[in-house]
Design a protein around this ligand. Sequence first.
Ligand code: G16
Length: 546
Amino acid sequence: MSIQTVPTTPFAGQRPGTSGLRKKVTEFQQPGYLENFVEAIFLTLGDPGEGEGRTIVVGGDGRYFNRDAIQTILRMAAAHGVARVLVGRGGILSTPAVSCTIRKHAAFGGIVLSASHNPGGPTGDFGIKYNIENGGPAPEKITDAMFAHTQALTSYRISDAGPVDLDQVGKTRIENMVVEIIDPVADYAELMARLFDFKAIEALFAGGFRMRFDAMHAVSGPYAKTILEGMLGAPAGTVVNCEPLEDFGGGHPDPNPVNAAELIAHMEGLDAPDFGAASDGDGDRNMIVGRGIAVTPSDSLAIIAANATVAPGYKGGIKGIARSMPTSQAADRVAAALGISCFETPTGWKYFGNLMDANLVTLCGEESYGTGSHHIREKDGLWAVLFWLNLLAVRGQSVEQVVRGHWARFGRNYYSRHDYEAVDAAAADAMMTALRERLPELAGQSFGHYRVALADDFVYTDPVDHSVATRQGIRIAMVDGSRIVLRLSGTGTEGATVRLYLERFEADPARHDIDTQVALSDLVAIAGNISGLRHHTGRESPTVIT
Ligand code: G16
């Protein structure tokens, strides 16, 4: 075994997006492509100090190329003076489990291999992101430094050691570095058992409560099976599609009513169980479904916040809430009622890290099916599902009763997101530029019965480190609190994805039964008119509505 220095040249476009570097598998398979990005990670981290004994955590969602990438990363970590690497057995670690493991073992950081909810397989997507010692995604100043390194590389360092057996728990070595293959579920399951009332949930299942958890052939399967069926006594078969597959069974592991249509249909059937849930490729997203009712992620955040004290881990109350800017303002209403702060951040879980580290917030959530708390520094799909189980067990109510009760108390924020995928990137940019130019003239204008109160391009100043993020999405807020938000996704791998977010508040319970798309139709028309979306993109209708 020896460490080699291999000459290389930069690849264009290795700039991490909303959540790490995401590209087609075929792009990652180019010789040197992965190595270059990993070299940039290690150059950004700098060499460990003498006797530092740096530990990192490595794992992924099991998608195609996961195992190959891990072998390369291990050989490069050894060449960069890492003392110990913790790797999930089979190369498996969900994103929340990586965060949990980094924190529990006081690791220096972690590398997560996933393109989240994007499809997998040889023609699908792959991704890599770096998490820092608090367990959360690297902030922008670190990802910017990584990108700068990718553009200036002339070589990378790698050990020529052979492959490590990823499937046996135990220790081995590459050069001077210890590789420890760990049970991917144990640390995470132990944390969940401390946060939630497992006895109450066990009693719920023992009483005949039925649930279906759709792991979508992705990484949550082993976690959900161990915790729900193994520790909480849910009947065998509660967790479906529980084997992580390299191509997610050909599906799109995105837990929303469109991509988890099978679960939605099941929950609308005559023999629907009491509770349904799904999680995504890397286990950080969640969808909550009751019999005949899908809970929007924005409502789920608000409901968890309003009921946080039912779970033992939050019985002392919550400090504050943070939501991404496009997420509905339902959580703001809860925060106001509780007399706590509600922070509005740009899209991207990385913006929540400082708020949680500074103990300003306990709960965070995003419209993109992400909810979580300060127990780790990533969003956490199974955590949200366990919270809901804890809530249903304590309240003895159905999902629908909980949701309707919440609307009756706080009002309903009708909410929807319209995605226009794989749009020509130049056309999408032109639309955003033209819209930005129109912003100053919009405030005060009326469109039908809506009047614009504020129109801007969202700028966020982090209250902790005072870093500033500009151009984070266009907000058009109406006088009555309704909103139109437009931004370009930072996670797509084909052209541009235009996201149009729509929100309307309705206080009157007598009007809480309108179909969501009908309730928002006026705002859709106004958004189309103001943005010229159809004109610029040539698209008549969205690709996906959630
Ligand atoms: C990632 C980020 C989330 C973000 C989502 C959508 O989620 O971690 O914070 O809300 O992408 O981002 P965009 O609208 O830019 O596509 P995940 O689950 O893909 O890691």
